[in-house]
Design a protein around this ligand. Structure first.
Ligand code: PMP
Length: 407
């Protein structure tokens, strides 16, 4: 393992040197959104200062330059997740829109009354509600794979729940509130034995671990730019070409058509069929720098460093007897959720904020998990490769003083 020069890395992120409430910022809310390196910020500035124009529409220099950057990013994303073709990469607003796109196009075209869609108990709301909506519309049923008290999927339940009515499986790669890394390769293999397509919600994995869609053989993959050091409002849907080609468009408008008359519209080929209207050009171009930044550090170095930070934080926090960790799976990544008896997570978050520490408190858009563990909410610290063990120490000390205050 190459040792990361974390102090050098930190200097690439302007926000990390600011003070919050008079204290150095400790940013442990990376699962909600990550901070942006200067490369990304500068690239967005470059775009608006030098090449701002609409893509795919002009023959002039600015439009051609912006279009080239826009399409080059598609190839960069293709390479990043090892897709077979850049035409399998669709720009969306984020994970949420990517999942909605699949539910409302593939789902609408393929589900009929009595069919079943299989998700898990640890999904983010954005991998529950779109399926609920389409199931309701089609008279299909949503089935849920349960989890253990450690927050691991009960894999054998797939064998019980998959049957001839199962038409789609959607599963999160890494849980945003438990940190569990799911064995998605095994789940995909099980599904493909019955020719059931699988969508992977990679919102919490793409920035932490190697994701290779051809090796996984997943049918769809969704992720967000803002959780991988890129801009907000941009995300990716990967889909296998043969599936995307059969799916109807998501939205109608400019760019997604070949020709339009009042009698009939012919749709553009993939991926453009799914990209109606002027896209988030700035977001796409900013995303390219975020990917290059991750590649520069190396995803394996990132994974190893973050595992180390998680291990250290887990050890430190386990020394505090009042703390109960929610999510104790064997395979975990970057997320530490916990509760403290008698102190509401919002109070913990507010007190830590006074010390300049940003953590997340609440249900993390996973209400079914909160119910499963019988808690209203948790406090969640989530780590990135720019975090330091010294910051973990500051966090643990602050946590100890909150406990003292409330006892
Ligand atoms: N899935 C998971 C696992 C997530 O953590 C999130 C964001 N918290 C989403 C989906 C939704 O992502 P976005 O809000 O960027 O669309």
């Amino acid at each position: 393992m190459q040792n990361l020069d974390v102090n050098k890395i930190r200097s690439d992120f302007p926000i990390l040197s600011r003070l919050v409430n008079g204290k150095p910022l400790v940013y442990f809310d990376n699962a909600a959104t990550t901070q942006k390196p200067k490369d990304v910020i500068d690239k967005i500035n470059y775009y608006y200062s030098n090449i701002n124009s609409n893509v795919h529409r002009g023959v002039h220099y600015l439009s051609e330059t912006a279009s080239k950057e826009y399409e080059d990013t598609r190839k960069l994303v293709q390479n990043f997740i090892n897709a077979k073709s850049h035409n399998e990469i669709i720009y969306t607003r984020g994970t949420t829109e990517s999942i909605n796109l699949v539910a409302s196009t593939y789902g609408r075209n393929n589900l009929v009354e009595g069919d079943e869609v299989l998700i898990t108990h640890m999904e983010h709301h954005s991998n529950i509600v779109p399926w609920q909506l389409i199931c309701e519309e089609k008279g299909a049923k949503l089935k849920v794979v349960p989890i253990t008290d450690d927050g691991e999927l009960i894999l054998s339940e797939y064998d019980k729940l998959i049957n001839e009515k199962t038409k789609f499986i959607s599963v999160v790669h890494i849980s945003n509130s438990l940190g569990t890394i799911n064995p998605i390769k095994k789940i995909i293999e099980k599904a493909h034995k019955y020719n059931i397509p699988v969508l992977i919600d990679a919102a919490q994995s793409i920035q932490h671990t190697n994701v290779n869609v051809q090796e996984l053989e997943c049918d769809f993959l969704a992720f967000s730019g803002h959780k991988m050091y890129g801009p907000t409002g941009i995300g990716i849907l990967y889909g296998k070409k043969e599936l995307l080609e059969k799916m109807p468009p998501y939205q109608g408008g400019g760019d997604m058509i070949l020709s339009v008359s009042f009698e009939k519209t012919l749709f553009n080929s993939i991926p453009y069929k799914f990209e109606a209207g002027t896209p988030h050009i700035e977001g796409v171009i900013g995303l390219s720098e975020a990917i290059k930044y991750i590649q520069k550090i190396g995803i394996e170095n990132i994974s190893n460093y973050e595992s180390d930070i998680l291990k250290y934080a887990t050890e430190q926090i386990s020394d505090i007897k009042e703390v109960k960790i929610i999510g104790t799976a064997k395979e975990k990544s970057s997320i530490l959720s916990f509760v403290i008896d008698g102190i509401h997570p919002h109070d913990i978050g507010t007190f830590l904020d006074r010390d300049g520490i940003a953590i997340r408190t609440g249900h993390h858009c996973t209400e079914p998990i909160m119910r499963r563990f019988n808690v209203p909410a948790t406090s969640r610290a989530s780590f990135s490769f720019y975090n330091l063990k010294e910051e973990v120490d500051v966090f643990v000390e602050s946590l100890r003083s909150v406990i003292k205050l409330f006892s």
